[in-house]
Design a protein around this ligand. Structure first.
Ligand code: SAH
Ligand code: SF4
Length: 365
């Protein structure tokens, strides 16, 4: 991303920063220092980077900026969870959610403004697709959580707005920066990419990255999945399941996390559970049952808690690890994309002014 044709340094990985400083007479290690200043120390003023020479700083100033997304809304919960709305260029807005629990801090990161895949139960999908986020806008969400909000981010889940595999290059580059020891030092086990199942992109991901994988399954057969997750019409289960198995091949410690939103009377019967057990046979799996988060205009209701538990018990009895994701109330804007839709219509609020109680899905992994 550029401002007045300048490079935003948050768009660059370590190698690119090393190359950039060399254009201005610096050495590769100056590029490493620059990278560290930006990501590890959160410094956005070049003149504060004391180990870069004046000449180098002057050169960098002519060619680059350090621009982070602006937080225009902060929705905190009593338990420490925060949902942030970030303003990007051209009035585009996305969300990040920070979820502290059990000694870890998970950040849920967006990859697109809206989404074109139009899953029938998803508020982001209903907003349509606007554009892909740049590397700086994706890594900028981590930067903001760590350096502006002072949070300890130990895990990242690419489960915010958008389909990460539809913004492949920027997402892969940003996840690389998350893993870099000079930046956020997150291991591959602490970054989870969630996808609705764009099979060729998933296969490509397996060649360039070994982050953890979550797949939005939501239905145990093609007929139902075609309705709920329309990308299934293009890449049906007989393609998706083998591609997922291939992704974790050879690593006995890894499992696919399947996400399954619980929709009353739609995908939550004993028959569906049986089909699901058959479908996942032989695939190292963990199943996350997600209580549906309703939003205005939706045709669905969330399954009753007893139904979700009965469904879960059936899976457990067959040996599948199945967890129900906890929610924090259903009163407002819970699922991804809902807050942006609501905040868009409001006047801006300063961070300090906000104290709206919130409900968000808890740990996404
Ligand atoms: N596009 C990616 C990642 C973003 S969506 C994907 O689909 O996997 C993150 C998760 O939230 C997905 O599992 C998605 O199915 C789920 N989700 C979307 N809308 C929801 C809703 N209203 N209630 C509960 N979960 C929802
Ligand atoms: Fe897009 Fe994921 Fe929502 Fe489907 S669930 S519309 S893929 S963001």
């Amino acid at each position: 991303m550029t401002t007045e044709q300048k490079i935003n340094l948050l768009d660059l990985d370590q190698e690119a920063m090393e190359a950039l400083v060399q254009k201005f007479g610096g050495k590769a290690f100056h590029g490493r220092n620059l990278f560290k200043w930006v990501h590890k120390h959160g410094v956005t003023v070049l003149d504060d980077m004391t180990d870069l020479s004046k000449v180098l700083r002057a050169g960098l100033k002519t060619s680059s900026v350090i621009q982070v997304p602006e937080v225009v809304y902060d929705q905190p919960s009593l338990d420490g969870t925060h949902k942030w709305v970030l303003e990007l260029s051209c009035n585009n807005r996305v969300e990040s959610v920070f979820i502290p629990e059990d000694g870890r801090g998970t950040l849920c990161v967006s990859s697109q403004v809206g989404c074109s895949l139009d899953c029938s139960f998803c508020s982001t999908g209903k907003q349509g697709y606007n554009r892909n986020l740049s590397v700086s806008e994706i890594i900028g969400q981590v930067w903001v959580a760590v350096h502006l909000m002072g949070k300890r981010v130990t895990n990242v889940v690419m489960m915010g707005m958008g389909e990460p595999l539809a913004n492949f290059d920027a997402v892969v580059d940003a996840m690389g920066i998350m893993q870099n020891d000079l930046a956020y030092m997150l291991s591959k086990y602490r970054i989870t990419l969630s996808t609705s199942g764009i099979v060729p992109a998933l296969q490509r991901l397996g060649q360039v990255s070994d982050v953890s994988l979550a797949v939005s399954l939501h239905a145990p057969n093609n007929e139902l999945r075609d309705q709920l997750v329309p990308i299934n019409r293009k890449y049906p289960l007989e393609q998706l399941i083998p591609a997922c198995r291939e992704f974790i091949r050879g690593d006995k410690r890894r499992k696919i996390t399947w996400e399954y939103v619980m929709l009353d009377g739609v995908n939550d019967t004993d028959q569906h559970a049986k089909q699901l057990i058959r479908l996942l046979e032989g695939t190292p799996s963990k199943l996350n049952l997600i209580p549906f988060n309703p939003f205005p205009g939706t045709e669905y209701n969330c399954s009753a808690p007893e139904r979700i538990e009965a469904f879960r018990q059936r899976l457990l009895r067959s040996g599948i690890i199945a967890l129900t994701r906890k929610t924090r109330g259903d009163d407002i804007d819970a699922a991804c994309g809902q807050l942006v839709g609501r905040v868009r219509d409001r006047s801006r609020r300063s961070l300090q002014q906000n104290s709206i109680p919130m409900s968000v899905p808890r740990s996404a992994v």
